[in-house]
Design a protein around this ligand. Structure first.
Ligand SMILES: [Zn+2]
Length: 464
């Protein structure tokens, strides 16, 4: 999953001040390497383009061995849960809860994050929202007091649809950021909001998707060669539709969790359409939903659209996708119980591979078969393919000096071609000048590599 999918609009409360906190430089360098670069559009923000350092709380890289968003890497549920436990064990700002076991016995978890004082009084704060949730038993004075003292709970949930693979990865890094970031905006979130994170709702389906993804890669099979038989245990329907039937453990646990915590906002993370969609629906709106709820869908969505558009992120949008009438989402319980149920949709790779930003087709070029990238050349796609809309174009010169006056001879030959062309001739030139330094192919294979690369790009219809 490309890194730009991990950009999270959650960090929009205030601009960050100059960071006093040390930065995790190695992790930050990887974030920047993994984030696509474009001359016009941005794919990240100042809130998440670095990682604050912590001497106590481990990063996902420290626990799992990779930075979320790394091409080709997806975690099983046990490893995701292990990371959340590590955060809770290390931070007084986090507390881990179990929502229950799935049909196949995997644990669904919930991590609460807030400042230390709030986490220390979590039950008390939860009780305040429980009392406000049914104001018929409150007099006006008590209601006013609770409104001042209580803190809203914001519950983020990932991957109710198991082929939508990015949110569990992103939520690990978000948990770390919320626990350790000392920027004013992060402190404001911790002090004012109790954030709940459930990284995976469909835990059985998640593991199945990761297995299929890894096996397909290991056997070098084309995408889709191993179809996903079902999403969860005996389930091939949309898990959201179970919001009305409650036949699945995941739905039962989510509903029980909602009634226990009474979150003000339930925010479910999905992947099905381009760019970032923030839900409002289009109407007609269900008249069982309070008009205040529908109004707040719009307030939140337009705040995010304004803030992300102002920062130059492409294509944040709303007023589409669904109507806002059908109550067949698990989030309907929020919309029908004085909360706000909302969701994002964004791109999916249904795995952890690259794709272009202007075509839905997956890029099928496989660097493990052709132009193998080893050592310092094992970088993200965006490092060399600097035009996100066209992955047939690539450059070596983001890293390699191309000024003859400065650079001297390349390994194995001298530079003879201009940049900006992906013709077989230039491919050949680049293989030649790179020599054995990064490309694990002998010169005898160059012609075949060029032909294969051209054919693969044509079959993927990636741009030109
Ligand atoms: Zn979905």
């Amino acid at each position: 999953m490309p890194r730009h999918l991990l950009t999270c609009a959650f960090f929009l409360l205030a601009a960050p001040a100059a960071a006093q906190q040390a930065i995790d430089s190695a992790y930050t360098a990887t974030i920047r390497e993994l984030t696509p670069k474009d001359s016009v559009w941005k794919f990240s923000t100042e809130f998440v383009d670095y990682l604050p350092a912590s001497s106590t709380v481990p990063t996902p890289l420290a626990v799992l061995g990779y930075v979320p968003g790394t091409i080709g890497r997806l975690s099983h549920v046990a490893d995701i849960n292990r990371y959340f436990k590590a955060v809770a064990d290390a931070s007084p700002r986090a507390q881990l809860f179990s929502l229950g076991l799935s049909d196949e016995g995997r644990e669904m978890i919930l991590l609460a994050i807030a400042d230390e004082e709030t986490i220390g009084r979590l039950d008390e704060y939860r009780g305040m929202l429980a009392r406000l949730a049914d104001p018929r038993r409150l007099d006006a004075a008590e209601r006013a007091r609770l409104l001042q003292a209580a803190k809203p709970i914001y519950w983020l949930t990932g991957s109710i649809h198991s082929p939508e693979t990015g949110s569990p990865e992103m939520l690990m890094e978000l948990a770390y950021r919320l626990a350790v970031d000392e920027s004013p905006y992060a402190r404001e979130i911790r002090g004012g909001v109790i954030t709940l994170i459930t990284p995976v709702l469909e835990v059985d389906g998640r593991d199945r998707v990761v297995d299929v993804y890894r096996q397909t890669k290991a056997l070098k099979l084309p995408r889709g060669a191993v179809p996903l038989a079902y999403w969860g245990k005996y389930t091939a329907h949309d898990n959201n539709r179970d919001g009305m039937v409650l036949s699945q453990k995941l739905t039962q646990h989510y509903i029980r969790g909602f009634l226990h915590w009474k979150p003000v906002v339930g925010h479910d993370l999905h992947e099905s359409v381009p760019f970032l969609y923030a839900s409002t629906g289009t109407g007609p709106y269900n008249d069982e939903f309070d008009p205040i709820v529908v109004d707040e869908w719009h307030k939140l969505a337009y705040e995010e659209i304004n803030e992300l558009t102002r920062r130059g992120l492409p294509g944040v949008w709303t007023h589409g996708f669904y109507d806002g009438w059908a109550p067949n989402y698990v989030l309907a319980i929020a919309n029908l119980h004085n909360g706000i149920g909302r969701f994002y949709e964004t791109y999916t790779s249904s795995g952890a591979d690259c794709h272009t930003v202007n075509r839905w087709d997956e890029i099928s070029f496989d660097h493990s078969s052709f132009f193998q990238l080893k050592g310092p050349h094992a970088k993200s796609c965006a490092n060399c393919h600097t035009t996100p809309s066209d992955f047939t174009a690539f450059t070596c010169f983001t890293c390699h000096e191309h000024d003859k006056a400065k650079g001297g001879p390349h390994r194995g030959g001298r530079c003879r071609c201009a940049d900006g062309d992906a013709s077989p001739a230039l491919l050949r030139h680049r293989i030649a000048v790179e020599g054995g330094g990064g490309v694990d192919r002998s010169s005898r294979d160059v012609d075949q590599d060029c032909a294969d690369a051209s054919a693969k790009c044509r079959s993927a219809q990636c741009g030109k």
